[in-house]
Write a protein that binds this ligand. Structure first.
Ligand code: SF4
Length: 344
C-alpha cells in the first residue's frame, strides 16, 4: 500500500487520520505543529507523540518534502530551485527578495499543456500535474534553506504550469497555505496566476479563498491572442473579462493583468489604448513584462522607448501600470515563463 503524504492533508484531515488509528484528534494538531511550525518532517522525531502512534502512522503515512537537486543564484539576488520528486519529475521554484519582501514562485504542473507561443515551459508540453503535497513541498523545501529569522512573505503561483488546470491540487495547497494550523499565510499575500480558464475562475470565485488573481492577458484582440495563447480559442477575451468583472474581489484588492510586450506583435499605441478600454470597470493593475528572449522563440523585446510609451498611455488613462525589468522578476511575473528548461 502506498503511503499517504501528510502534506496532501489539511490539519483537520490529519486529525481524522490519527483518530482512525485509535488516537485522540489533538494528536493530529500536534503533528501539523511539528511539520509547519517546527519544520520537522521525520515522524520518529515527533517526540511528544506516543511511540505506538508513531509506529502505526509510519505504516500509513510519511511527510515527503522533495529534494533540492540544484540551487542557482541569479545576479539580481533571486534564486532558482530545481526540485526532484520520487518519480524523477522536476520543477522549478524561484525565490525573489525585494526590499522587505521575500516572494516564492511555485510550480503546479510538470511542464504545461497550454502552448503559449512565447513561453518556454509551454514548448515542453505537459508531463503531469503536481499533487497538493508537491506544491506545498516546494514551500517547505525552500523554507528549510532560509537563514534563521528570515521568512517568506509572499507566494505566487506563476511557475511551471497553469494552476487552474490543476484545480484540485492548487485549491488544496491554497487551503494549507492559509490554514492557521498549517502555514498560516494571509490570502492577501498569495497570488494565483491563470491563463484565463473562465470555468475555473468561476469555480474559484465560490471558494471564499480571498487570494489575489493575476490574469495573463498578453493581447488586446482575439486574433492576436488566439495566435499567442491557444486557450483563447475556448475562452475569448470578452468572456474572460466578463468573468473577471464577476469575480468577488475583496475590499481594496485589485486584479493583476500580466502583459508580455512583444516587439511589433502587441505593443502598438492602439494596443495600449485598447487595453485601457478593455479593463474599464475592473479594479485592475497591469504588469508589463518586456519579453525575455530564449533561443528559437521567434519573438523579440520591444525597444525601451516603445515600452515606456506603452506604459505612459496606460498611466495617462489612470491605470496603474508597472514595468518588470529585471530577470528575477521576469521569472515570476507571468505564469510559466521560466528562463531555463527543466525536463523531467
Ligand atoms: S504562459 Fe503559462 S499557461 Fe502559457 S504555456 Fe506558459 S506556463 Fe503554460
Amino acid at each position: 500500500m502506498s503511503l499517504t503524504n501528510l502534506l496532501d492533508l489539511l490539519p483537520v484531515e490529519i486529525e481524522s487520520l490519527v483518530e482512525s488509528l485509535g488516537a485522540p484528534r489533538y494528536r493530529g494538531r500536534q503533528i501539523a505543529d511539528w511539520i509547519y511550525r517546527k519544520g520537522v518532517t521525520d515522524l520518529d522525531r515527533m517526540t511528544n507523540l506516543p511511540r505506538e502512534l508513531r509506529e502505526a502512522l509510519a505504516e500509513r503515512a510519511s511527510v515527503d518534502v522533495p529534494a533540492v537537486e540544484r540551487r542557482t543564484p541569479s545576479q539580481d539576488g533571486s534564486q532558482k530551485f530545481v526540485f526532484r520528486f520520487a518519480d524523477g519529475a522536476r520543477v522549478q521554484s524561484v525565490l525573489m527578495p525585494d526590499g522587505d519582501r521575500l516572494t516564492l514562485c511555485v510550480s503546479t504542473q510538470v511542464g504545461c499543456g497550454f502552448g503559449c507561443a512565447f513561453c518556454l515551459t509551454g514548448a515542453m508540453g505537459l508531463d503531469r500535474n503536481l499533487t497538493t503535497g508537491e506544491i506545498i513541498g516546494q514551500v517547505l523545501g525552500v523554507v528549510r534553506t532560509l537563514p534563521a529569522g528570515q521568512r517568506l512573505t509572499h507566494i505566487v503561483y506563476m511557475g511551471m504550469g497553469e494552476p487552474l488546470a490543476n484545480y484540485r491540487a492548487t485549491v488544496g495547497s491554497l487551503r494549507l497555505l492559509t490554514d492557521p494550523q498549517a502555514l498560516g499565510f494571509s490570502p492577501r499575500r498569495i497570488t494565483v496566476s491563470t491563463v484565463g480558464l473562465v470555468s475555473a475562475i468561476e469555480r474559484l470565485a465560490h471558494q471564499d479563498l480571498r487570494v489575489n488573481l493575476a490574469i495573463s492577458l498578453h493581447a488586446t484582440d482575439n486574433e492576436t491572442r488566439n495566435r499567442l495563447m491557444p486557450v483563447n480559442k475556448g475562452f475569448a477575451i470578452e468572456e474572460l473579462l466578463a468573468a473577471c468583472r464577476r469575480f468577488p474581489l475583496p475590499f481594496r484588492q485589485r486584479m493583476t493583468f500580466e502583459y508580455v510586450l512583444l516587439d511589433r506583435v502587441n505593443d502598438s499605441p492602439e494596443d495600449a489604448r485598447r487595453l485601457a478600454r478593455l479593463l474599464e470597470g475592473i479594479r485592475a493593475k497591469i504588469n508589463l513584462i518586456p519579453f525575455n528572449d530564449w533561443p528559437g522563440a521567434g519573438f523579440s523585446r520591444p525597444p525601451v522607448p516603445r515600452i515606456l510609451a506603452f506604459q505612459q498611455t496606460l498611466l495617462e488613462r489612470g491605470i496603474t501600470a508597472t514595468v518588470r525589468w529585471s530577470k528575477g522578476e521576469d521569472i515570476g511575473a507571468a505564469c510559466g515563463q521560466l528562463s531555463e528548461a527543466v525536463v523531467a
